[in-house]
Design a protein. Sequence first.
Length: 218
Amino acid sequence: MIKRIAIICIAACAGVAGAGGLESLETFVKTVKTGRADFTQVVTSPAKEGQAPRVKTSNGTFEFSRPNRFKFIYQKPFEQSIVADGKTLWLFDADLNQVTARKQSLTLGSTPAALIAAAPDLRALQADFALADAPDQDGLQWVAATPKSKDGQLQTVRVGFRGSDSGADKAGSLAALEILDSFGQRSLLTFHRFDINPALSGNSFQFKPPAGADVIRQ
């Protein structure tokens, strides 16, 4: 489940003081070309009858380079890697010693990865998403993105930016990514210690399957 959600997730940070959520997203897409950060992901599954909702928490790091390279490294509780090298999306499960390779152009589509990492401007995003400012919540300014395609498992995405009361150095920076899928599962990613527009080597996004790993190509 973590892998399915992680495939569609990537985010970084922008500096747009005093902007609303939609304006912050637009500036973020235009100005933040590379980034690295730590993340925490909390996945909440719908409660079954007579049971409490299931909650799973994981932590890791990620890097990205627009328009089509990113890397998620899950460290706890299980080691997993999700690497997009521009052509192939690689998923590596260390416990299973298994690699899944998928053609990147057929995988991203109307996903948060496309929303955050691929599009050069807001107009490109609007081809795949209905975008709108959402009400402020938890001290953040939010933008709602609803995929126009009804074929995927993604229901809605919300992207949260820090408001102007966060301080000049933090206002407008991306703080959270909330994903709701068609099964009612909610995934909330929060981001910490962003490094905005660092110089990243192209080698950072290369992936070579470990020796002896089972490689599945889809």
